[in-house]
Design a protein. Structure first.
Lengths: 149, 147
């Protein structure tokens, strides 16, 4: 059975508690429950990880190498400036999908740049918690994927 | 409840899918994408109409006619995404949810492709998953308001 890591970066542990106008009222735990349910429906397993610390995220992602079939990553603000995270994803050599809850392109200019996007398969942003569900489908629905090698 | 209906618009050069730069865009054709979208729409219980234009003005005409006929729009604007302010205005004027898609991961390509002038007027963006980008966008539109 395929196994995926769902990784939340800084401040995502505060979901549902901060800036609900941007990020919505759902907590990280309830989003994880949705992802877990979708994983079950699709016949795969998932594990969840959250850290506020850049170094811990890098270490976790490095350790995904050879252990997971893909990573669903919401790197939060680190997305926009962490070269270390980018290198970690590159080093892990595990297919990674970048997700964001908000449409980052509607927000401040510094959020329009993603350091990690070039080393990810692709990016999904703007669909609230559903961005994670789409991200998981992007990683695993191989029946929809006769194109990508 | 009335069945939801979505418009899928592909921009310049998408009619050449499967025949050019297949290492970037894949070997499938636009017709393959449209067929898959119709299948997925059936599974989701929604309708889709799929069109393609090379002309910026033709896309704008099409978008202006969308309100009242469709509940949302999926757009792969191709190269226009990176510079067409007219397209941006047309999307904004529709007042319909619009999802921007790209077949390729534009962020892994030339720098001029890293900016989308239409992304700020879209609900969200899905890029990099080949044909799947369109199918995920349909999931996203069908799910809007549900979560």
């Amino acid at each position: 059975m395929k196994h995926y890591a769902v990784v939340h970066g800084p401040n995502l542990n505060m979901l549902g508690k901060r800036e609900v106008g941007i990020y919505g009222g759902r907590t990280m735990e309830s989003i994880n429950a949705d992802v877990e349910a979708e994983a079950r429906r699709l016949g795969v397993t998932v594990e969840f990880y959250q850290s506020n610390a850049e170094g811990e995220l890098v270490t976790f992602i490095q350790n995904c190498r050879g252990r997971t079939d893909g990573i669903l990553l919401n790197a939060g603000a680190y997305t926009h400036y962490s070269v270390a995270l980018r290198d970690g994803i590159g080093a892990a050599a595990v297919p990674t999908v970048e997700v964001h809850i908000s449409n980052v392109y509607k927000r401040e200019a510094f959020r329009h740049v993603s350091m990690i996007a070039p080393v990810c398969i692709g990016q999904i942003c703007g669909f609230g918690p559903y961005s994670y569900i789409l991200g998981l489908r992007a990683l695993i629905e191989e029946r929809l994927d006769p194109w990508l090698a | 409840m009335k069945k939801k209906s979505f418009l899928v618009v592909s921009g310049p050069n998408m009619n050449l899918l499967g025949t050019r730069k297949t290492s970037i865009y894949g070997a499938g054709t636009l017709e393959d994408i449209h067929r898959s979208l119709h299948e997925r729409a059936g599974e989701l219980g929604v309708d889709v109409e799929c069109v393609q234009f090379n002309g910026e003005g033709a896309i704008i005409d099409c978008l202006q006619e969308a309100p009242g006929r469709f509940d949302g729009v999926i757009i792969n604007a191709g190269a226009l995404a990176h510079y067409s302010y007219a397209l941006r205005s047309a999307i904004g004027a529709m007042l319909l949810p619009c999802v921007e898609v790209f077949i390729s991961n534009v962020h892994a390509r030339e720098e001029f492709r890293h900016t989308s002038v239409i992304a700020p007027v879209c609900v969200g963006v899905i890029a990099g998953f080949g044909k799947k980008s369109y199918l995920l966008a349909l999931d996203a539109l069908a799910n809007l308001g549900a979560a």
